[in-house]
Ligand binder design. Structure first.
Ligand SMILES: *[C@@H]1O[C@H](CO)[C@@H](O)[C@H](O)[C@H]1NC(C)=O
Ligand SMILES: *[C@@H]1O[C@H](CO)[C@@H](O)[C@H](O)[C@H]1NC(C)=O
Ligand SMILES: *[C@@H]1O[C@H](CO)[C@@H](O)[C@H](O)[C@H]1NC(C)=O
Ligand SMILES: *[C@@H]1O[C@H](CO)[C@@H](O)[C@H](O)[C@H]1NC(C)=O
Ligand SMILES: *[C@@H]1O[C@H](CO)[C@@H](O)[C@H](O)[C@H]1NC(C)=O
Ligand SMILES: *[C@@H]1O[C@H](CO)[C@@H](O)[C@H](O)[C@H]1NC(C)=O
Ligand SMILES: *[C@@H]1O[C@H](CO)[C@@H](O)[C@H](O)[C@H]1NC(C)=O
Ligand SMILES: *[C@@H]1O[C@H](CO)[C@@H](O)[C@H](O)[C@H]1NC(C)=O
Length: 658
């Protein structure tokens, strides 16, 4: 099939799904009532530590209990994703804030950061981190900076609105990253600055490869090129073909540098807004033109933006309470992600992985009260699963620093390091859950079950590992203290009319992600938590608690999903993750100051223990403008036959069959 035809069919698939379901504009809000922000609204401190709590949206009518007919053999199910790794959710750290997150220099690494990464790696195998973002196009390597700093922003000419300050960095940033990889299995992405293609600055590649070696996964060529015109970094008219040509210049320049051994690890095109449609770029032939030099196809996308809060010229700032219900709605996540299914199919056809290179709750810093709420934890978990279902191979949650609301994790302000610990954000729980759900086998395949007639408040996914049904992921977005909103999900594996052998086990294990309501910040995963503001040293606290559910004797099983809540149901025992999956060794090296030096490790022992084994328990002593989404669909009132799996592919095959 020619590419043109392929794309045409794929996009008619999206049209099909949309016209069958109906699309409403994001922002008008579904069923939730608009309420006022509670007293904390007066907070004037740094956004990353803003304690604002919103009012949990009300849902009416309440979703009803539902039934899932499942199949153990993945080959008997259509539309299942490609194999997904436990490292699916990684992080994107804005270059200008690495010193708030990774460490101050190569011998002062933040221990809570190492603990967090070790907690993830013990579940998912590896953690992938991009150091990049808006500042990456203006980064410049220098030999030395004052006071031993590893990064420094050059002063900006404020009377020149188009002047973007350079971000200077030293080799010690790269050494620091490599030292981190010596402790925990973290692999890195870096970005090639693209502000000036006539004087390409490729030291990040030559020095990055020399210092980081195999710990580098790849180099992103430019960041959000679709926004270069809006940001006045390119003249009006700059388009996908111009980006293609600049990518070619990078390929050519690298070809001429003998010292670079890996020239096949470039990443693009990383567009982030509706200014360029994915098909605009694919129509240039980008995906095939660079052959093996192009390792990964990338996009960046936030579901929403809070830019008017920063740039008043954009109009009145959005009200977080009004926006909140949009995050507690599976239909919005499906609509966003389905915009890329044609692209992920195209990526498969050219044999390249497709990555979401930067995302989070909202660009321009996220929303007060939303980005760090339990609702955001549910949203990010659902969004991650939905991207995996849609054949993304990886997604990076952005870390923007102290001036944003959505950080997965952040150190305390430097003046408070003596008495405050880290703040672990809501979306970090999503990375933990996805790492557990997909595990280390590299064989996990997932599907959105279109559960409960597509009710947007009760999505469900099934995951197969090594070809066999292994886990269920069940959501309840409703906040309701009464028993009425608890969702009892009944499932059966095989049996009945399926023609498959009855396969429901006698018991299943369940881990819950819980909180008082969707607005709360008290989040627990299987009873463990990283605490609230300033409470984390990067290790899970409290006793692990896993529920065991005894199934019925008629090949069915009932799992309760609290309102609100998320349940990960282990159908087959997965010893790695079920047992807690937990550390792993924990770290205290050079860094952790003063009273919170909760564990100490001899650095030499640390170096040899290396963070690779989840089994060895060692108990030793802002930034992103853009991605303004326009209309985002709100799927509601969707009707599908029970247990039929809806995916874009279903619509696609329907159309092709006509
Ligand atoms: C970190 O890297 C530097 C430079 O390579 C090295 O000298 C130092 O020993 C490393 N520190 C640790 C704690 O591994
Ligand atoms: C690394 O950072 C720490 C903490 O800021 C500082 O005490 C130390 O002197 C720095 N090391 C170097 C080599 O600059
Ligand atoms: C700052 O920008 C303004 C406007 O572009 C320009 O006139 C001025 O010369 C610049 N000043 C410096 C120090 O570069
Ligand atoms: C590109 O960025 C570098 C570092 O900020 C700066 O020195 C250079 O002048 C910029 N070039 C262009 C064409 O903007
Ligand atoms: C994901 O890829 C698989 C394998 O090509 C395909 O069957 C499935 O329909 C795709 N899913 C979506 C949502 O496009
Ligand atoms: C869910 O199941 C429990 C236990 O069987 C039952 O007490 C409860 O009433 C059920 N809730 C709903 C909403 O059906
Ligand atoms: C968090 O939980 C604690 C203990 O259960 C409780 O005192 C506090 O009110 C809760 N906070 C919120 C915002 O729900
Ligand atoms: C949750 O953890 C706390 C603190 O470790 C413990 O006291 C409690 O018993 C645990 N709850 C369950 C249900 O295991």
């Amino acid at each position: 099939m020619s590419r043109g035809k392929f794309l045409a069919l794929a996009s008619s698939c999206i049209l099909f799904v949309r016209s069958a379901i109906g699309v409403t504009v994001y922002g008008q809000g579904p069923l939730g009532a608009t309420r006022t922000i509670q007293p904390d609204a007066s907070w004037t401190g740094l956004p990353a530590y803003d304690p604002t709590t919103l009012t949990p949206p009300v849902v009416s009518p309440l979703p009803t209990p539902y039934f899932l007919q499942l199949t153990s053999d993945v080959n008997a199910v259509g539309g299942v994703s490609i194999p997904i790794k436990g490292s699916f959710y990684g992080f994107s750290i804005e270059v200008s804030v690495v010193d708030q997150i990774l460490g101050k220099n190569s011998s002062f690494i933040q221990v809570p950061f190492l603990n967090l990464m070790a907690t993830l790696a013990s579940r998912g195998g590896e953690v992938h981190i991009r150091v990049g973002g808006n500042t990456q196009d203006y980064t410049t390597l220098v030999d030395h900076l004052d006071k031993g700093n590893i990064i420094q922003k050059q002063s900006q000419n404020t009377s020149n609105p188009t002047d973007t300050p350079a971000l200077l960095f030293t080799r010690d940033l790269l050494y620091m990253m490599n030292n981190i990889s010596n402790f925990v299995p973290v692999k890195w992405y870096l970005g090639i600055p693209l502000n000036d293609t006539t004087n390409l600055r490729l030291q990040i590649v030559t020095e990055g490869e020399r210092i980081l070696g195999n710990n580098i996964i790849g180099f992103q060529v430019g960041n959000e090129p679709d926004l270069y015109v809006r940001h006045q970094h390119r003249p009006t008219g700059y388009g996908p073909q111009d980006y293609f040509n600049e990518f070619q210049m990078v390929v050519n320049a690298l070809a001429a540098i003998n010292s670079v051994t890996d020239k096949n690890n470039l990443i693009g095109p990383s567009m982030a807004s509706a200014d360029w449609q994915p098909s605009d770029v694919w129509n240039t032939g980008f995906q095939t033109a660079f052959g093996q030099h192009l390792k990964i196809l990338s996009v960046e996308r936030y579901p929403n933006d809070n830019c008017a809060a920063i740039y008043p010229a954009l109009g009145p700032a959005k009200d977080p309470q009004t926006e909140f219900p949009n995050y507690l709605n599976h239909g919005n996540i499906q609509s966003l992600t389905s915009q890329y299914t044609a692209s992920t199919l195209l990526a498969q056809s050219v044999g390249k992985p497709f990555h979401m290179f930067e995302t989070n709750t909202a660009s321009c810093g996220g929303f007060k009260g939303i980005s760090n709420s339990f609702g955001a934890a549910l949203w990010a978990t659902d969004y991650g699963f939905q991207m995996a279902h849609s054949n993304f191979s990886e997604a990076l949650l952005h870390v923007g620093g102290q001036h944003v609301y959505y950080n997965p994790f952040i150190s305390p302000p430097t003046t408070q390091t003596g008495y405050h610990q880290w703040t672990v954000g809501a979306v970090f729980y999503a990375s933990l859950i996805l790492a557990e759900a997909f595990g280390k086998s590299g064989t996990s395949r997932i599907i959105d079950l279109a559960a409960n007639n597509g009710n947007v408040y009760t999505p469900a996914y099934a995951i197969w590992q090594n070809g066999v049904l292994s886990k269920l992921a069940l959501f309840n977005y409703v906040s309701d203290p009464s028993d009425a909103a608890v969702n009892n999900v009944t499932f059966a594996i095989g049996g009945g009319q399926t023609g498959q052998p009855a396969g429901t086990p006698t018991t299943v294990k369940v881990k819950y992600l819980l909180s008082q309501n969707t607005a709360s910040r008290n989040i627990t995963w299987a009873n463990q938590t990283f605490g609230q503001l300033f409470e984390s040293d990067g290790r899970l606290m409290n006793n692990l608690h896993i529920d065991t559910v005894t199934c019925n004797n008629d090949n069915t099983c009932i799992v309760r999903v609290p309102a609100p809540g998320f349940a990960l149901v282990f159908i087959t025992d997965d010893p790695t993750n079920l047992g807690g999956g937990d550390p792993i060794q924990t770290y205290t090296t050079t860094a952790y100051p003063k009273i919170f030096n909760t564990a100490t490790v001899d650095p030499s022992q640390l170096a040899t223990s290396n963070g690779h084994s989840g089994k060895d328990r060692v108990n030793l002593g802002s930034t992103s403008y853009g991605s303004r989404s326009g209309a985002i669909g709100l799927r509601d009132g969707m009707r599908e036959v029970l247990s039929v799996i809806i995916s874009c592919a279903v619509g696609w095959f329907v159309i092709r069959g006509v």
